[in-house]
Design a protein around this ligand. Structure first.
Ligand SMILES: *Cc1c(COP(=O)(O)O)cnc(C)c1O
Length: 383
């Protein structure tokens, strides 16, 4: 059995042709393929606007800037996430505040968000962990009552949806139905890829215009926004922006990949079902629960075990299964410790972390590989 990564891209011939066509065109960046990709993403998710940027991390940064996060502001995010969900707050001079998770879903716990609010809280960044949407209705109530912005970190969750009651319409992640902005990542381990890449979705024209400014140096050429016009060469810089643009080459890949997203998600669900069937009756394994009314797009498959270190190390050294861990609580990292964050802040996330292993989950997995993974996990647990 060859190495089985926990996650990987799926690139086919039509993706390669789309990229080659972009390379033969007259624009390598800032051409029409960027807008085409943005339109497709916005349409897929059901949002008015999408702004393509160079990574999910860049998306989080420009979203925080557009939300007005600045020095002294606090932003609440999940302890169980990738560092980027919190680092974006530090980039803006703000302070990330970590909310604990709910034990059975590993999703940010709205009750703990409430406990972590202060007069300085400016925004909430809920994370749709593993592809399952966070409790957006409750989180939006918290935000409305306290005049907070919400930026959904949907790096795991394009293609996911949720509904508030049976019989009601599904709400797509990315539609920003319960938020101001939603960010996506197109890193190769995520559902669809542009190499590196990301996007911010919003329904708010004002936020959209800010996102576009921050993506490209804070510069505008539009007469609507400029203070003066000195001639046709003229442009103005209004904000301290960045170069976070995504290229036409990458957007060509993104548009091609997006066409396959539903197929990818359907296969991820099949794989999750095979794993569920194999593991749900095993006493020594706990699984993340999928809540009623939540339709996860299955970015990760996590098994929770008691002797995690031994199981993980055995799988890593004795098999070809490239397991991973999602996540080390963000504030465990030395950088955060140096800022004064201490262990014990979010006990449920810490307990969850001590037992978590992410096993392979990506649409390219063959049934044979899935069976091999199941067999080896069982062996690792029972040994
Ligand atoms: C991947 C990821 C990001 C960052 O995305 P990049 O495109 O790698 O910068 C942010 N948040 C979460 C939860 C992620 O999984």
């Amino acid at each position: 059995m060859k190495q089985i990564p926990y996650a990987t891209q799926w690139i086919e011939e039509d993706d390669i042709i789309a990229v080659a066509d972009a390379l033969r065109s007259s624009n390598l960046t800032q051409g029409p393929l960027v807008e085409e990709f943005e339109k497709s993403i916005a349409q897929y998710c059901g949002a008015k606007y999408a702004v393509a940027v160079s990574s999910g991390t860049a998306a989080l940064h420009v979203a925080c800037l557009a939300a007005g996060v600045s020095v002294g502001d606090e932003v609440v995010t999940s302890a169980n996430t990738f560092a980027a969900s919190a680092n974006c707050v530090l980039y803006c001079g703000g302070k990330p505040v970590f909310a604990d998770i709910e034990p059975d879903t590993a999703l940010i716990d709205p009750a703990d968000i409430r406990k972590k609010l202060t007069k300085k809280t400016k925004a909430i960044i809920p994370v749709h962990f593993a592809g399952q949407p966070a409790y957006m209705e409750e989180i939006s109530k918290i935000a409305k009552g306290n005049d907070l912005k919400i930026i959904e970190d949907a790096a795991h969750a394009i293609g996911a949806k949720y509904r508030l009651k049976k019989g009601q319409d599904w709400i797509k992640v990315g539609s920003c139905y319960h938020s101001d902005m939603t960010i996506l990542s197109f890193h190769p381990v995520k559902h669809i890829t542009t190499g590196e890449g990301g996007a911010v979705l919003t329904n708010d024209q004002n936020l959209y215009e800010k996102l576009v400014f921050f993506r490209s140096h804070g510069i505008t050429r539009s007469t609507k926004h400029m203070k003066e016009t000195e001639g046709l060469w003229y442009y103005e810089m209004h904000e301290l922006g960045f170069n976070y643009r995504l290229t036409d080459i990458q957007c060509a890949l993104g548009t091609s990949q997006l066409k396959k997203l539903d197929k990818f998600v359907a296969r991820r669900k099949e794989i999750a079902k095979m794993y569920d069937e194999a593991f749900s009756s095993m006493e020594r394994i706990d699984l993340i629960k999928e809540k009623k009314g939540f339709d996860s797009s299955r970015h990760l498959y996590v098994v929770l075990v008691d002797n995690r270190k031994n199981v993980f190390n055995w799988l890593k050294t004795e098999t070809n299964i490239m397991v991973n861990v999602h996540y080390i609580p963000v504030y465990f990292h030395p950088y955060y410790r140096n800022l004064g964050y201490e262990r014990g802040l979010c006990p449920i996330a810490e307990e969850y972390y001590s037992r978590a292993i992410s096993i392979p989950m990506h649409p390219k997995l063959s049934d044979e590989e899935i069976e091999y993974v199941i067999e080896k996990i069982k062996q690792a647990i029972l040994d």
